[in-house]
Design a protein around this ligand. Structure first.
Ligand code: SF4
Length: 334
């Protein structure tokens, strides 16, 4: 058994203390809900010498921002965000992604900041032994010639094809959320599109954060069209399971034409995938199934598949068309 030391931080002063402790020690990790960290400790994928418990820091809650957006504290639990009236009314796709994102037990434990930092579900990463460039740079990628049914088809590289696992990050990307952080000497803000890095040549680097940099909040704009939004998730079973494909979409139609749209895809990208090509193809055009289909095809035109996940582009196309049809028909939030 390998000993790990444990430090609990609390109170307003505790934020700087926690950041200072982790920043000063490359073998220290933050501990929030623990739903990723503890899994990976048990599997010997992560091996910190010290855990700095941040659960008692004052970083919870959903607050109104002066510009009409919402600030979600990094330690707010997934279940708390999903139940917040402001989220349910103004951001239904976020509430739905949270409900579909994990079992009730996990939703009560997992923090929003932790959700942004969760690790990939690639079995080769998590077995702690197989060649994996994300776990051990330069080791190779066992998934490229191995079991890859759930792996990504967009944003992949020759070094990693792991799918980003988060559900709630998908609508947050569609909404242009901002990730706020604290370092030992500054506060920072990252556009969410810049927060999730593509694997490229460095799949081990998933975020721009420095060691010890702590997520403090997520700022989420609440544009009017987001009230008419949905999160549609396709998975192998209708219980706790990761997405094969998911779609977060918000749509505004005037006089039969698309006047505003936000789309992001989950389950298919190495990061939560903003579907800008589809959005560009849709705006100003007719809100018809034929246009939706063309837009989906444009988004998926550069998908790169393996023999095992070759079904994903077609599944994504159908799911995106269905999501837009549903929004056009009745504004459903399912
Ligand atoms: Fe590792 Fe990525 Fe390859 Fe999975 S897909 S084995 S995480 S490098």
């Amino acid at each position: 058994m390998r000993p790990i030391s444990y430090v609990r931080t609390e109170g307003a002063d505790g934020i700087d203390r926690a950041v200072g402790l982790v920043t000063a020690d490359p073998d220290s990790h933050f501990l929030a809900g623990g739903t990723t960290e503890v899994d990976l400790l048990r599997q010997h994928v992560l091996a910190p010498n010290r855990l700095v418990d941040i659960n008692r820091l004052p970083l919870s809650g959903v607050e109104e921002l002066p510009d009409g957006g919402l600030r979600i504290g990094a330690l707010t639990r997934m279940s708390e965000v999903a139940a917040a009236p402001a989220v349910q009314e103004r951001l239904p796709m976020v509430a739905r992604a949270l409900v579909l994102g994990a079992s009730a037990q996990l939703r009560h434990m997992a923090s929003m900041g932790g959700n942004m930092m969760q690790k990939v579900r690639c079995g080769y990463y998590r077995d702690g032994e197989s060649p994996c460039n994300k776990r051990e740079p330069g080791a190779g990628c066992a998934a490229l010639g191995g079991v890859s049914r759930t792996h990504a088809v967009l944003g992949t590289s020759e070094h990693c094809i792991a799918t980003h696992p988060s559900d709630v990050a998908v609508p947050l990307v569609a909404l242009d959320a901002v990730i706020r952080t604290r370092t030992a000497d500054s506060e920072r803000a990252y556009a969410i599109d810049e927060f999730f890095l593509p694997p490229g040549d460095t799949p081990d680097r998933e975020h721009p954060l420095t060691h010890g940099e702590l997520i403090t909040a997520i700022d989420v704009p609440t544009p009017p069209l987001a009230r008419r939004s949905l999160y549609l998730k396709v998975r192998d079973r209708e219980s706790y399971e990761f997405a094969l494909v998911s779609v977060a979409a918000a749509l505004e139609v005037r006089d039969g034409k698309v006047s505003g749209v936000r789309i992001a895809l989950g389950g298919v990208g190495t990061r939560p995938w903003r579907a800008r090509r589809a959005e560009d193809a849709l705006v100003g055009g007719p809100a018809t199934t034929a246009s939706f289909d063309l837009a989906a095809r444009a988004e998926l035109a550069e998908a790169r598949t393996t023999p095992m996940n070759a079904f994903k582009p077609e599944l994504a196309r159908r799911t995106l068309v269905r999501a837009l049809e549903t929004l056009t028909r009745d504004g459903s939030q399912s």
